[in-house]
Design a protein around this ligand. Structure first.
Ligand SMILES: [Zn+2]
Ligand SMILES: [Zn+2]
Length: 189
């Protein structure tokens, strides 16, 4: 079967599979695939996994199990971290062209359905891209008990010591604090 072009690593030509009976299938390994995610999360490592393409009565079902990781930061301590992502994609692609005449099939009949490309290819990249954006966690933690940042010095609480003298501040410093707050107000007005 036709190999995917280098610049479209999540695309497979299924012209041959479309000529076979329903139930026929092809399997592909996905290894070291990197795609660009505009305005989205950044991949922490390449995508790898397995794709199965199966002929149905109407088109091709793609069944993909892919693994990768996203680069993000801990929502409490802001340390960079990677979250693993497992993608499970199952989608039926219908032909864009009538296989015997080569004429475009009406797409407006089923606008929400995935279509093969004009070159009889399954292109999983848009689906993978969407799934990766959805997979970005809202408030990831680098460890379940991340202590977060110190409100006094701004450094991670699980690093160094944070016994800052907040409760028994020298009265002279207390006076200075009042002074600096007042001058901030003046500047603000
Ligand atoms: Zn953290
Ligand atoms: Zn501190």
């Amino acid at each position: 079967m036709t190999r995917s072009p280098v610049d479209a690593p999540l695309t497979w030509n299924v012209a041959g599979l479309l000529a076979e009976d329903p139930g026929a299938s092809r399997e592909f390994d996905v290894a070291d695939v990197t795609i660009q995610l505009d305005d989205g999360p950044e991949l922490a490592r390449p995508i790898s996994g397995h794709v199965r393409l199966r002929r149905t009565n109407r088109g091709i079902i793609a069944d993909a199990r892919l693994q990768t990781g996203l680069r993000t930061e801990c929502s409490r301590c802001l340390r960079p971290m990677e979250v693993p992502v497992d993608l499970v994609i199952e989608e039926e692609f219908l032909p864009a062209l009538d296989l015997s005449t080569g004429k475009p099939l009406p797409a407006d009949a089923e606008p929400d359905v995935a279509r093969l490309t004009d070159h009889h290819e399954v292109d999983l990249e848009p689906l993978v891209r969407d799934e990766l954006v959805l997979a970005e966690p809202i408030a990831p933690l680098h460890s379940p008990d991340c202590a977060g940042l110190c409100i006094d010095c701004g450094l991670p609480l699980d690093e160094g010591t944070h016994d800052h003298p907040t409760d028994d501040i020298d009265p002279r410093f207390e006076a200075l604090r009042g002074f600096s707050a007042a001058s901030d107000e003046e500047r603000g007005s």
